[in-house]
Design a protein around this ligand. Structure first.
Ligand code: NAP
Ligand code: MG
Length: 504
């Protein structure tokens, strides 16, 4: 949701433009959006609310770049070298990018620093796939095998990418690194809350030698710039990360246009603790799953299922841990939980807590805004108990630091209840019984299952959702396939064409 601002800005507010065709370009419209540091509510930048005209220009540029020899004719070693140059440039700007990310969404500098330090590896990994990509030959039966039939992969073309605010550059890299490795070009509409880091990122990629027009950033609201981008007639592939509601809409319009689409959407992931679990680890895993990043992660372990034998012990220890979490300045490396990213998100979380109370839940910890911190965006780590599977807070994605704790008695039961959700992004399993771990992992309907850990990702491990949590996979080899289409070539070696009236 974006509100245009029309007031004049104080002098220390940076005004950014779009990044198109290798340079900063003013919008064709006049409306702008404030970028706010959620820790104290200060406005520190504004970005254009891009128009459909801006999108047209960016897509046209990306098309020209896609058709150019400078991009299309790059040999594998050259493309890989470019991706390495990008990685090196990103490595040289880790602190700057991390600070930009934190100033946009209030996520901890210690997390954003680590994310930015790892960003280059995504490009290096896909550089390695550039060098090792191969086609295959098919020994067909037709005409006694008198064919040379081969399969090759070709880039789709111009990619339209729309991303959310919670891990802005990391989620961009999930798409951009494989898209560049595949040979696609790219137009990116970042979340309006976090558009500045994308613009700086574009500038850095250009400095690293990425040809003009290959990566373009148009800032603006989802309803205008985002909608114009994903529905543009000259886009060949759509890649979206965000909410299930918007993803469903984008998937429907891509379906109408028959444009391939990847969707990384929301979640309501179960984190299941069996009686044999190492409780200390499980508590850490629950905290990691729901309070890290102030709960604003798609893979949050927001449904905590604990076996009835250990339920009381777990809730007691969890409440203890939650009350000792250090809330505060996200720029302080000691802080454990920063603010929620913006006011609207805080209101959403607050209204879910009200609903939980109305539906009879107990708020065992938190549930309110602390009064000793600046700004308007802090919310306490919250533990909700006495809830049923049908309760609103248990069913819907909150995207905040709110854990619903549910108890269970046996394995079959908890698997059924864990799977009873429209979502299927991730799941956690805590048990020292490895037969049980594998049995449960096999039966959970989730794109990622962690056993005795939570919230780990790697550039080479595919990530994505079952059911309403998405379509397709990012990262790993699957992540590259998402930007490639398959061509089969049949070369007849027999020298004759026989019966023209049968399929041969
Ligand atoms: P969102 O509201 O769906 O927005 C995501 C992006 O889509 C933003 O850039 C938004 O623009 C844009 N957008 C909104 N409406 C659009 C439309 N009609 N057409 C085209 N673009 C449109 O999600 P969010 O609130 O930013 O992010 C939180 C959600 O993302 C959560 O549901 C979370 O689970 C999900 N998420 C999923 C993953 C994953 O990998 N599965 C990762 C992170 C987050 P503006 O907001 O600027 O208007
Ligand atoms: Mg939104």
């Amino acid at each position: 949701m974006t509100e245009p601002n029309s007031g004049s800005q104080p002098a220390d507010v940076d005004e950014y433009d779009h990044f198109i065709d290798g340079e900063f370009v003013a919008s064709t419209g006049d409306d702008r959006f404030d970028v706010v540091y959620p820790y104290d509510g200060s406005v520190w930048a504004t970005v254009p609310l891009g128009t459909s005209g801006d999108i047209d220009r960016a897509v046209e540029t990306a098309r020209k770049a896609f058709d150019s020899d400078a991009w299309g004719e790059l040999r594998p070693a050259e493309r890989a070298a470019l991706l390495h140059a990008i990685a090196d440039t990103l490595d040289a700007h880790v602190d700057e990018l991390a600070e930009l990310e934190t100033r946009q969404n209030g996520k901890l500098i210690r997390e954003m620093g680590a994310q930015m330090a790892g960003l280059g590896e995504y490009f290096r990994y896909y550089a390695s796939l550039c060098r090792t990509r191969e086609g295959r030959t098919i020994p067909v039966d037709n005409k006694n095998g008198d064919f040379f039939t081969y399969v090759k992969k070709e880039p789709y073309g111009v990619v339209a990418a729309v991303t959310p605010w919670n891990s802005p550059l990391l989620l961009t890299a999930f798409k951009l690194a494989p898209a560049l490795a595949a040979g696609c070009t790219f137009v990116h509409k970042p979340s309006s809350h976090t558009a500045v880091s994308a613009l700086r990122f574009a500038e850095l990629l250009s400095d690293a030698g990425l040809p003009a027009g290959v990566y373009n950033v148009v800032t603006g609201s989802g309803g205008t710039a985002g909608d114009a981008l994903v529905n543009h007639d000259d886009v060949d592939k759509v890649a979206f990360t965000g909410s299930t509601a918007v993803g469903r809409q984008i998937g429907a319009s891509a379906g109408e246009k028959l444009v391939p689409v990847s969707l990384e959407l929301g979640g309501k992931s179960p984190n299941i603790v069996f009686p044999s679990a190492n409780l200390e680890n499980a508590i850490n895993g629950i905290v990691k799953g729901i309070f890290a990043a102030t709960g604003q992660t798609c893979l949050a372990g927001s449904r905590v299922f604990v076996h009835e034998e250990i339920a009381e012990a777990i809730v007691d220890r969890l409440v203890d841990r939650a009350s000792s979490i250090r809330l505060g300045d996200p720029m302080d490396p000691e802080t454990e939980m920063g603010p929620v990213a913006f006011r609207g998100q805080l209101e959403t979380i607050r209204s879910y807590i009200e609903t939980a109370r109305e539906e009879g839940a107990t708020i065992s910890h938190g549930g309110t805004q602390p009064d000793n911190l600046p700004g308007e965006c802090f919310f306490e780590p919250t533990i909700v108990t006495d809830v049923d599977d049908a309760d609103t807070v248990v069913r819907e994605e909150i995207f905040g630091p709110v854990a619903s704790v549910l108890t269970f008695t046996d394995e079959d039961e908890v698997i059924g209840r864990a799977n009873d959700s429209p979502y299927g992004l991730a799941a956690g399993v805590w048990t020292e019984d490895m037969r049980q771990a594998q049995r449960v992992a096999d039966r959970l309907e989730a794109g990622t299952v962690w056993v005795n850990e939570y919230r780990t990702l790697a550039y080479n491990a595919p990530f994505g959702g079952y059911k309403d949590s998405g379509l397709g996979r990012e990262l790993g080899r699957e992540g590259l396939e998402a930007y490639l289409q398959t061509k089969t070539v049949w070369i007849d070696q027999s020298g004759t064409v026989d019966d023209p009236f049968t399929l041969g």
